[in-house]
Design a binder for this molecule. Structure first.
Ligand code: HEC
Ligand code: HEC
Ligand code: HEC
Ligand code: HEC
Ligand code: HEC
Ligand code: HEC
Length: 388
């Protein structure tokens, strides 16, 4: 029996090798013809293109199919996919023109349409999500988009305002988070270890990271709820109750109408809130006594443009909440006059724009910074005043 099977097996093996050989050689032929085509196209060698397309008439339908498969597969950006489709489209169009083969171009156009529709849906989704960031300081966290949507989870919305009700900046920056988006490698593995959000969201200080997922994963594309903002009737009695549990003082009765004070633009006025004495946010997440460094001076900026009000920057009020290391040395060198500062760069997150316009009040409120007369002789005087 054995002896009669052997030649049969050998025949199968031989067939397999032959199939592989031919499949391999035809693949090689296809890709070398693709390379030739792409090189000729890049170099604008039109004559060469015509002869390549004519000589490979029979290969083109399969080559276009393989390009389309390539465009749709793997982890590619929209533009990477469209670049491959572009090659397929050029090849299919020339095939139609020179070889009268219509089908490949129809296939290319269908895939093109499919990709563009998907990209438009993706962009519309991003636009819908953008409303969650309309309130300054709201941070939409969607790094793990594919991972999240596969599990039916929405992106996370972290809002500064709701945390500022209980914490100073230094409770999080820079010990728990660098104040720059997407730089902290947030993952549930880290949260479970009690790092990042997990330093507080551990089920004892605040609800845990294994609690109802939607408490954090709240940015639903389909939901009609608007941006997450404090104007939606923040109930200060609930805030007071949470504050009591945390040891963060809240006395809403000290506020006019028991409501959060708002600035000209309708955003929470944190300076007014502090002045009212209605709240005293915590300096750290675990009530460790932070070495409360302060700097008791005011720096007056005289803009280089005549007639523009001077700007007053108070080290005292900023260092009440913010650690030196948040600003020095990464945002400002700590020597008087050492930094060239201009308005134009601020919306890009430079200088004062590192926080203002994002987490702190907006630029449209010019006079809150440009609060001092530009007139000669009107310079403020005092032992704690530095002019630059
Ligand atoms: C409860 C913690 C917490 C508090 C309190 C907090 N932040 Fe943040 N901050 C964060 C987190 C989280 C991020 C996003 C980090 C990331 O994406 O990795 C962030 C990001 C930022 C950013 C970058 C925002 C952007 O849109 O580019 C700035 C600026 C910032 N914080 C400043 C401040 C200031 C100023 C304060 C105090 C007024 C403050 N933060 C209070 C947690 C906090
Ligand atoms: C310094 C402590 C602290 C850190 C760090 C912190 N939180 Fe919170 N968070 C709280 C407290 C306290 C509350 C309010 C109490 C509660 O609801 O249990 C809260 C409330 C919330 C809420 C409900 C209120 C709202 O804004 O809708 C969300 C959502 C939230 N946190 C998300 C996050 C995320 C996401 C992170 C990390 C990027 C984070 N928090 C980091 C302390 C913290
Ligand atoms: C305290 C807030 C919070 C809660 C509650 C929470 N998450 Fe998350 N989750 C986050 C943050 C912040 C990220 C990081 C998002 C990013 O960087 O884009 C994240 C990311 C994820 C990711 C992708 C990255 C990773 O670490 O795996 C998954 C999956 C996830 N969450 C699942 C869940 C599930 C399931 C629940 C409910 C059982 C849940 N989360 C509840 C804050 C939370
Ligand atoms: C919100 C950002 C911010 C914080 C927080 C901050 N600084 Fe500054 N600091 C500045 C700016 C802006 C200047 C002006 C730089 C210039 O003139 O170019 C400055 C200037 C200085 C200077 C030179 C002028 C002077 O005041 O003598 C020193 C020293 C200094 N900072 C130390 C500190 C220390 C120490 C802390 C913490 C206690 C601190 N700063 C916190 C923004 C900040
Ligand atoms: C690290 C973050 C950060 C940076 C950088 C920063 N600020 Fe602020 N600033 C704040 C926060 C937070 C407040 C509190 C009010 C608020 O959140 O709207 C504030 C409040 C102020 C106020 C009102 C309170 C006061 O002191 O009278 C002025 C004016 C001001 N900033 C000017 C500036 C100028 C000018 C610069 C640049 C030289 C600057 N800030 C840079 C975070 C910052
Ligand atoms: C967060 C604080 C802040 C706010 C808000 C702000 N400015 Fe400025 N502005 C500054 C600082 C700081 C300088 C630099 C002064 C210097 O030359 O040293 C400056 C400089 C300027 C200059 C001089 C030219 C330049 O680019 O340096 C003009 C003009 C100006 N601001 C206009 C405005 C107008 C208009 C608004 C309102 C739309 C505004 N600023 C809001 C802080 C602010």
């Amino acid at each position: 029996m054995k002896k009669r099977v052997e030649p049969f097996q050998r025949a199968i093996l031989l067939t397999l090798i032959l199939i592989l050989f031919f499949a391999g050689s035809s693949l090689a032929a296809q890709s070398s013809f693709r390379t030739e085509f792409m090189q000729a196209r890049e170099a604008n060698r039109f004559e060469a293109l015509i002869s390549i397309v004519k000589n490979n008439k029979d290969n083109i339908p399969a080559e276009v199919k393989s390009l389309l498969k390539d465009a749709l597969s793997g982890d590619k950006t929209f533009y990477e996919r469209m670049r491959i489709i572009d090659t397929a489209s050029a090849l299919a169009s020339m095939h139609k023109y020179w070889n009268a083969g219509e089908k490949p171009l129809i296939e290319v156009e269908a895939v093109q349409k499919q990709l563009i529709t998907a990209e438009n849906e993706r962009l519309a989704g991003i636009e819908k999500l953008a409303r969650y960031e309309r309130y300054p300081g709201n941070v939409l966290m969607n790094d793990k988009e594919a991972n999240l949507s596969a599990k039916g989870l929405s992106p996370v919305v972290f809002s500064h305002w709701s945390h500022r009700l209980f914490y100073e900046c230094r409770a999080c920056h820079n010990g728990l988070f660098k104040p720059e988006r997407g730089t902290n490698g947030i993952s549930h593995a880290a949260l479970r270890e009690g790092r990042l959000c997990g330093a507080c969201h551990n089920g004892s200080i605040a609800f845990g990271s294994n609690d109802t997922c939607e408490k954090c994963h709240s940015a639903s594309k389909s939901s009609k709820t608007g941006p997450v903002d404090p104007s939606a009737d923040t109930d200060l009695l609930t805030v007071k109750h949470t504050g009591d549990g945390l040891g963060a003082v809240w006395e809403p009765e000290k506020l006019i109408n028991r409501a959060l004070p708002l600035d000209r633009l309708g955003l929470v006025d944190w300076m007014e809130l502090r002045k009212s004495g209605a709240y005293a946010p915590l300096k750290s997440h675990n009530r460790a006594e932070a070495a409360n460094q302060g700097r008791d001076n005011v720096i007056i900026f005289t803009p280089r443009m005549p007639g523009i009000n001077r700007v007053s920057f108070s080290h005292a009020s900023h260092t009440k909440e913010i650690d030196c290391a948040t600003c020095h040395p990464s945002v400002f060198k700590d020597a008087l006059g050492a930094n060239k500062i201009s308005m134009a760069e601020m919306p890009d997150g430079k200088a004062c724009g590192y926080c203002h316009g994002k987490v702190a009040f907006k630029f449209a409120d010019c006079k809150r910074c440009h609060s001092l007369s530009p007139l000669k002789g009107a310079e403020p005087q005092g032992p704690n005043i530095l002019m630059r």
